[in-house]
Design a protein around this ligand. Structure first.
Ligand code: GP9
Ligand code: MN
Length: 599
């Protein structure tokens, strides 16, 4: 090859075009809600195509630092690495509506046993992200002799890297600083909607910006006096110190047993499919429960662990990364275990997984649980899916509880109904039509039915041990299950069975033998669990109301929830009111980053 520059490198030109096409495909996919099709697109602002070209140029400029066949090979490698990132981001988006971030490198230990759940996020369209790598290999194979004399070319490298960098600096100045872009356009600015950042910067720019933020965030957050004042005004305004009502202290003195159930959605409650009740045990409980049927999950990057945080601290999880991994040593003066301790309760947390999973053991200790039992305490006599089966865990949990001094507060999660919802044939209890049985929805229903049965056993055991009379059992779902991972695949079959979209709903059931059953349709979410339970158990309003982002659903005039994407679901149309509520996300983030409620 005579020349060794941009124009003479066929592989570079193809690579550039392929990456541009894949970038556009990626942006289109993440602009639809489910990340699986390129219809129903919503863009927050005009996609800046010049910015895309700039990032791709910079990324591929490095291939000109290699000579001979290393030049085409570096093109193939750069493409391959980028495809892994695109697919990783896309799969994460499909289940979590956000993207991979640098903080997650710390949590790779969580990937253990999750292989099946991750692979379940594949959709056929993803093949388009790899097919070009084969074409590049073919082009390389055909033209390999041309690269024998290819020399590294510093001027091409500089041309491709410096000019785009200057352009990005100019665009940042114009759009972010002078605010002279199209409406709502932003580049290097944090947006609540991560797909806006992604659609502005492409995954290449998004991850560079994320890395920059990672370093910026590594310093502890210190609130200014002004910010502290704004926060306390916000909390005072949010608090609703209404006259006490009949629920205050209604369940005073009873043991409190919280069970956060994996992937339990609300639509299964009272549902019958093919003549089969999906959750007969939970449905039975409702006769003696306060059941919130308009209740929502608010978990974010920390999924299961975020549910634990929300329930025990009444704070929203961090906007980026897992709270339990980033701030495992934070303490919260008015956490649920601390409130219960002050009321004379013994507090304990038990999980069927390792204490290092989501870093829960360390974090729950700091949140205030006196004793934490991880899987090493239990006898691993039956494993299904992710780990110790619900059957075995709940059986061993009930005997652990009988050994506790009373009153106690016990917090646990279940595991078996985790995606991809595998239940061994012999343990399936539902007789479903073959079509449903094969579908993701059918698998989900089978696994929820399995867990429901184990909860039924758990209740029977507590009753046998004489604990049920003196306990409150609280059950809620950690986050969506089949709608979180497979909403695209189940939409048509759901229609056949008249199953409505779940819309982030999880049940929140407060059961006590002597309660009169009632269904409350106030809209709320997991951040409201702590104030609601504190009220029932007889804690004083001052004990929790001024350190909670959530509200007491048993004494409120408001009916709303803020989702982890920053959306308001509720009965207000007043913009200021809605904006006021959404600010809770930002305040929570700062409270956690600054360990602000430590005392
Ligand atoms: C295992 C399980 C993980 O601890 O709770 O659940 P996930 O966070 O993947 O939903
Ligand atoms: Mn979970």
């Amino acid at each position: 090859m005579e020349n060794s520059n941009i124009n003479s490198s066929k592989i570079f030109k193809f690579n550039y075009a392929f990456i541009l096409l894949k970038t556009i495909l990626f942006i289109l996919l993440i602009s639809s809600d489910k990340g699986t099709s390129i219809y129903n697109l919503t863009f927050h602002s005009m996609p800046p195509i010049m910015v895309y070209l700039a990032f791709i140029s910079i990324y591929l400029s490095f291939s000109f630092l290699f000579s001979k066949v290393y030049h085409p090979l570096s093109n193939i490698v750069l493409n391959g690495c980028l495809s892994i990132i695109y697919i990783g981001d896309l799969w994460y988006y499909r289940s979590n509506h956000s993207f991979l971030n640098y903080h997650m490198f710390k949590i790779t230990g969580n990937l253990e046993n999750l292989g099946d759940s991750i692979l379940a996020m594949f959709r056929p369209i993803d093949i388009l992200f790899i097919i070009d790598i084969f074409i590049l290999c073919y082009i390389f194979y055909k033209s390999r002799s041309q690269y024998r004399n290819f020399r590294k070319n510093i001027s091409s490298f500089l041309l491709l890297s410096l000019i785009p960098t200057l352009y990005l600096g100019y665009a940042h100045y114009k759009i972010d600083i002078l605010d002279k872009g199209y409406s709502n356009q932003m580049l290097f600015k944090r947006s609540w909607a991560q797909n806006q950042t992604m659609a502005s910067l492409t995954p290449i720019g998004y991850h560079i910006f994320d890395f920059y933020n990672y370093y910026k965030d590594s310093k502890p957050y210190i609130m200014s006096t002004e910010e502290k004042e704004t926060l306390s005004n916000w909390i005072n305004k949010k608090a609703e110190p209404f006259p006490e009502n009949k629920y205050k202290g209604l369940l005073k003195g009873k043991n409190l047993i919280l069970l956060q159930v994996e992937s339990l959605e609300n639509f299964v409650i009272k549902l019958k499919v093919d003549g089969e009740e999906i959750t007969p045990n939970l449905n039975n409980l409702l006769t003696n429960s306060i059941y919130f049927d308009n209740f929502h999950e608010q978990t974010h990057n920390g999924t299961t662990s975020d549910g634990e945080l929300l329930a025990n601290t009444s704070l929203y999880p961090l906007r980026v990364g897992s709270t339990f991994f980033r701030y495992p040593n934070n303490t919260y003066i008015n956490s649920l275990p601390n409130i219960m301790s002050r009321l004379g309760y013994k507090t304990l947390a038990a999980h069927p997984d390792k204490g290092s999973y989501w870093n829960w053991l360390n974090s729950l200790k700091s949140i205030g649980f006196e004793e934490c039992y991880d899987v090493s305490y239990f006898n691993i006599d039956e494993v299904i899916g992710l780990g110790l089966s619900d059957k075995s865990f709940l059986k061993q949990l009930s005997s652990l509880l009988t050994k506790q001094p009373t009153p106690f507060y016990s917090f646990s999660i279940t595991l078996t109904s985790h995606s991809p919802f595998f239940i061994p044939e012999e343990l399936k209890e539902l007789n479903l039509s073959p079509k449903l049985e094969e579908s993701k929805l059918g698998k989900y229903l089978q696994s929820i039915r399995y867990t429901d049965s184990q909860i039924g056993e758990f209740i029977t055991n507590l009753d046998k041990e004489g604990l049920l009379d003196s306990s409150i059992l609280v059950i809620y779902g950690d986050h969506e299950g089949v709608h979180k991972f497979f909403s695209d695949e189940i939409s048509s079959i759901s229609k056949d069975y008249d199953i409505k979209n779940n819309n982030l709903e999880v049940p929140f059931i407060i059961y006590s033998k002597d309660l009169k059953g009632e269904t409350l349709s106030t809209i709320g979410g997991q951040v409201d669990i702590l104030p609601t339970l504190s009220h029932l158990i007889g804690a004083e309003t001052e004990d929790y109301m001024y350190t909670s982002i959530g509200r007491n659903l048993l004494n409120t005039k408001e009916s709303f929830v803020i989702t982890s994407k920053g959306e308001y679901i509720g009965d207000s149309n007043v913009k200021e009111e809605i904006d006021f509520r959404i600010k809770g996300l930002d305040y929570s983030d700062k409270i956690i980053r600054g360990n602000f409620f430590k005392e």
